[in-house]
Design a protein around this ligand. Structure first.
Ligand code: 3PG
Length: 306
């Protein structure tokens, strides 16, 4: 039985070592394809794999077509918009994610980027503090909750909206105040942090009208997916509202245009949210254990294509 790790953006070595240990302890063989530059390398590597571990790597129908032995693919992370679920299902391949395993890493990056933004990207000019500011979390899942926990330590006033959670569910841990809808979140807050997945419903949903509801000197922070942003509308808004900042861990398609907004825009060169040793270990080993458990007991707990 062969388990392939195919990661264009590799895990930390310590995580690969941990995955190898789990895979070999269970009597399987590990194959490693890292930093590939051509999709044909992925096609070749996956040809004899029984199981596949990926990060944001695109598992397209073509990849599935080349993977004649594949029975399970695990996205070591939260968002699974990079998996062609229909293609997996058509071949009876189980697709899973590893929810929660990298959420603290993303949440810590959110806070780091926020400090950077309110201190004017460390340009030496007087900035402002996060304490007492109103932080809105759009979606209150694993990442949103971790951001809330840390932001509370900064003395921020935390609000959240999640279309899948009731007010009681959001307020149960006593950290965030629930608001009635997405517009209310933007209207209430100084800073809004996006934690929604990229789905047909959310794509391009963060547009001019929504972001324009932010308070004066508002900040939009995106560590979710670039696809949820309506980039032309956000650019137009930032031209009209010179008080707003946009900071993102996912470089927009229109990066060059945003980069002209000097002092009001920052993007990491490569998505960094889950790029810690701890997150790599958590998500990678969880993926390996889920694969072993699936082969041994048929456990499909984290299946996303059902
Ligand atoms: C996720 O959905 O888990 C994050 O976006 C992390 O993606 P990455 O594994 O490509 O860093």
């Amino acid at each position: 039985m062969k388990v392939l790790i195919a990661t264009e953006k590799p895990f930390a070595k310590v995580a690969v070592d941990g995955i190898r240990e789990v895979v070999e302890k269970n009597g399987y063989e590990l194959a490693l394809l890292e930093k590939y530059t051509d999709v044909n390398q992925f096609y070749d590597a996956v040809a004899d794999a029984d199981a596949l571990i990926v990060r944001s790597d695109k598992v397209t129908k073509e990849v599935i077509d080349h993977a004649k032995n594949l029975k399970i693919v695990v996205r070591a992370g939260a968002g699974f918009d990079n998996l062609d679920l229909a293609a997996c299902t058509a071949r009876n391949i189980v697709a899973m994610n590893t929810p929660g395993q990298n959420s603290n890493a993303v949440a810590e990056l959110v806070m780091g980027m926020l400090v950077y933004a309110v201190r004017n990207f460390y340009n030496g000019k007087s900035g402002s503090e996060l304490k007492g500011k109103k932080l809105g979390l759009l979606a209150y899942g694993n990442v949103g909750r971790n951001v809330a926990r840390i932001a509370k330590g900064f003395g921020m006033d935390i609000y959240a909206f999640d279309e899948f959670l009731t007010k009681e569910m959001i307020e149960a841990d006593g950290v965030a105040h629930a608001v009635a809808n997405r517009d209310a979140l933007f209207e209430t807050c100084d800073i809004v942090s996006l934690h929604i997945p990229a789905t047909p419903e959310t794509k391009q949903s963060i547009n001019y009208a929504v972001v324009n509801k932010l308070h004066k000197n508002g900040i939009l922070i995106n560590t979710a997916r670039k696809e949820v942003i309506n980039e032309p509308e956000l650019l137009k808004l930032m031209a009209d509202r010179t008080d707003l900042k946009y900071i993102t861990d996912i470089m927009p398609d229109a990066n060059d245009e945003f980069a002209k907004l000097e002092g009001r825009y920052f993007a990491t060169p490569k998505k960094m949210g889950a790029q810690t040793e701890e997150a790599n270990i958590n998500a990678g080993i969880a993926a390996a254990n889920q694969i072993a458990d699936f082969f041994k007991t048929g456990n499909k707990r984290f299946q996303v294509n059902k």
